[in-house]
Design a protein around this ligand. Structure first.
Ligand SMILES: C[S@@+](CC[C@H](N)C(=O)[O-])C[C@H]1O[C@@H](n2cnc3c(N)ncnc32)[C@H](O)[C@@H]1O
Length: 279
């Protein structure tokens, strides 16, 4: 694609939007705006304040490179910007971690309902999204994040330190070695079925970590192990994010594990997204 050097903000956005749309993005205009604001070092609203500003020099080259990586390479916008907003915090993200999704904020909302001082474990914390957002909103909670990936934990630790939040981060395969003394276990585990791999958008399939995405033939392998392990803990609340169409199967697993009261919470698209068990 060619974004004319010296083009106005408006023209640069128009031509970038066309290139990004042609590569299959569902939000080409927004992508272009985020990338241009990043290249110019301004807030996105500044693009509207001054649409005739010329995009020149190093900033034009940087924008052209970002648009090429988004359109030809299908790199996620969050990786190109190096950050992603999640509830009230901004997380630094790169290809070592999943890009936090808005629907995962449901797990944080459940955490907000906990009693003061509750001990909470975020299993598969990735960038630290759930654990850090929860601690930021409920400093009274005793929050730990865990992940089996040391490289993901490096990202979570950097986010924790930058945000100055008192969250413990530990490396563990699900609940192995993390003890049983939890009041609540929250998790957005990998849940994509292997058979759905080819159907994933290319930016997800190629760029996001496979360890964060895939969980066996039906996508429930990690959830099965997590529920079985959670049964052996003190946790009175178990909340697990699931994929579209997995809510009934996951609810049955949670119920069989002794969580007598089970409900599903829907995301903004109306999909049953989080299975919540209480005992
Ligand atoms: C879907 S991502 C969620 C990341 C983050 N919680 C979020 O919502 O943005 C799943 C995370 O689980 C981690 N994971 C995968 N298998 C695991 C296991 N057996 N034990 C602990 N963490 C695991 C992955 O490394 C990844 O960071």
């Amino acid at each position: 694609m060619s974004v004319l050097r010296g083009a106005s903000v408006r023209d640069a956005l128009d031509s970038a939007g066309v290139a990004i749309a042609a590569s299959g993005s569902e939000s080409p205009r927004l992508d272009a705006e985020l990338l241009l604001a990043h290249a110019l070092g301004v807030d996105r609203t500044a693009l509207y304040a001054d649409p005739r500003r010329e995009v020149v020099g190093a900033q034009a080259r940087s924008f052209q490179d970002l648009v090429r990586r988004r359109s030809a390479g299908r790199e996620p916008v969050a990786y190109l910007l190096g950050r992603k907003g999640f509830r009230h915090i901004e997380l630094e993200v790169d290809a070592r971690v999943l890009v936090p999704r808005p629907e995962t904020e449901l797990l944080v909302e459940l955490g907000l309902e906990l009693a003061p001082g509750a001990r909470v474990l975020d299993v598969g914390t990735g960038s630290g999204a759930v654990a850090l957002a929860l601690k930021q909103e409920r400093p009274d909670l005793d929050v730990t994040g865990s992940d089996v990936s040391e490289t993901a934990l490096d990202v979570a630790r950097a986010n924790r330190n930058r945000l100055g939040l008192d969250v413990e981060l530990v490396c563990a395969d699900l609940l192995d070695g993390v003890g049983a003394r939890w009041d609540a276990i929250l998790s957005n585990p990998p849940y994509v079925a292997e058979r759905d791999r080819a159907r994933l958008p290319r930016d997800v399939r190629v760029h996001e970590p496979a360890l964060a995405l895939f969980a066996g033939r039906d996508g429930l392998n990690v959830i099965r192990r997590l529920v079985a392990a959670a049964e052996q803990t003190d946790a009175a609340l178990l909340a697990i994010e699931v994929g579209e169409g997995q809510s009934a199967a996951a609810s049955a697993l949670v119920q069989e594990a002794g969580f007598g009261s089970v409900e599903s919470r829907r995301d903004l698209a109306g999909i049953e997204r989080v299975v919540v068990g209480r005992r």
